[in-house]
Design a protein around this ligand. Structure first.
Ligand SMILES: Cc1cc2nc3c(=O)[nH]c(=O)nc-3n(C[C@H](O)[C@H](O)[C@H](O)COP(=O)(O)OP(=O)(O)OC[C@H]3O[C@@H](n4cnc5c(N)ncnc54)[C@H](O)[C@@H]3O)c2cc1C
Length: 332
């Protein structure tokens, strides 16, 4: 383990820019690197991505490894794992961080297997143990009901990090760093899949994962009309509407609104849970919200154990009154 050094971040690129997740990871990686007294590097992999190297430096990277190849234009598991394996074996970092994104989840676990090490998924806190100098990741377990801290016995120590739990650094365009190009060395015949079409998910208003306020409805909402009332409240608070799985399964709201273990993970400032019971599978997607407010007619509902504020009552009476009061306050 002694030969591995430094912290490496896989910097995802979205629509020609560093993703928000990449910027958060650079902030978190820089803190870990300085606690270790070592460098932070970023890996930029893709097609036509070399122009983003300075941006990664401005957000905290000391070194940027650029792997620019037309075969990396679309994310594909085979090509990206091969590239990350090559970079990791060449650079030998002590820690490698990915975002808890579709790509990060896929890559981290596969890379850990290739490198004979372990990955801790969906971390909400990362620190360097002052005694062992090893990465000490914290992640929610048992559907978000408890938090566990893990320890590694192998290098590199790989972790995926949940969005919005780490602070990005202020962009500093004057920061200096080194840019190193690494050839992808991919054999085109080894690429077994082809991306034929990409369909962008239509989002009305603010994206659920980015919203500072989420108003979520559950089975107790009873139908699509109820969700229109949640939309009105979300709009007033400049937020987005989420839902529990039964509400999506019933077709009251698109599946893309599902929050939870098998849905989206959100970390808003305010999560308003309306007529949902607060199952562990649902809480796995929202337990890191700063403040949870619950409206439920059942005083024994689990959501009241999770919420900071709660109203016991029928949402059909509570929500209109709440929305009306809010309108009055906003008009002042
Ligand atoms: C592998 C697996 C993965 C899963 N993944 C997810 C996931 O990602 N997300 C998810 O949400 N679920 C998920 N589930 C389902 C989960 O177990 C629960 O069944 C689900 O979260 C319950 O949704 P709910 O709270 O809307 O419904 P319920 O548990 O039926 O709760 C409805 C609530 O509404 C309240 N209510 C009813 N009428 C009113 C009213 N008029 N006014 C006020 N309150 C009212 C009731 O008191 C009750 O508390 C998963 C399950 C499994 C097995």
């Amino acid at each position: 383990m002694a030969d591995n050094k430094g912290v490496m971040v896989f910097a995802e690129v979205a629509e020609g820019k560093l993703s928000g997740m990449a910027i958060e990871l650079l902030g978190c990686g820089q803190k870990l690197a300085s606690d270790l007294g070592q460098e932070l590097s970023a890996v930029l992999a893709g097609s036509n991505v070399s122009g983003l190297a300075q941006e990664a430096i401005a957000f905290g990277a000391d070194k940027v490894y650029v792997v620019d190849d037309p075969l990396l234009a679309d994310y594909q598991t085979q090509t990206y794992v091969a590239v990350m394996e090559k970079v990791a074996k060449q650079v030998m970092p002590k820690i490698i961080l990915f975002g808890q994104t579709t790509i990060g989840r896929d890559l981290a676990a596969r890379l850990a297997f290739r490198l004979g090490t372990a990955a801790t998924m969906d971390c909400v806190a990362l620190a360097i143990d002052p005694e062992t100098k090893q990465l000490s990741p914290t992640k929610p377990v048992y559907g978000g009901n408890a938090r566990a801290i893990f320890a590694y016995t192998t290098d590199p120590q790989i972790a995926t990090v949940r969005a919005k739990v780490m602070s990005a650094l202020e962009r500093d365009a004057s920061r200096k760093g080194e840019v190193i190009t690494i050839a992808a060395g991919l054999d085109p015949s080894a690429v077994k899949t082809k991306v034929l079409q990409k369909v962008k998910e239509e989002v009305k208003g603010i994206k659920l994962e980015d919203a500072p306020v989420v108003v979520s409805g559950g089975r107790g909402i009873g139908g699509p009309d109820g969700f229109k009332q949640l939309e009105e409240l979300a709009k007033l608070l400049r937020g987005a509407v989420g839902a529990s799985r039964p509400a999506c399964d019933n077709g009251w709201i698109p599946d893309s609104a599902q929050v939870g273990l098998t849905g989206k993970i959100v970390t808003p400032e305010l999560y308003i849970a309306v007529a949902l019971s607060g199952s562990s599978q649902h809480m796995a997607g929202c337990s890191s919200s700063k403040v949870i407010v619950a409206i439920n007619k059942d005083p024994e509902a689990n959501i009241f154990k999770e919420a900071r504020y709660g109203v016991v009552g029928d949402w059909k009476k509570v929500l209109p009154a709440f929305t009306q009061k809010l309108k009055e306050l906003l008009a002042q």
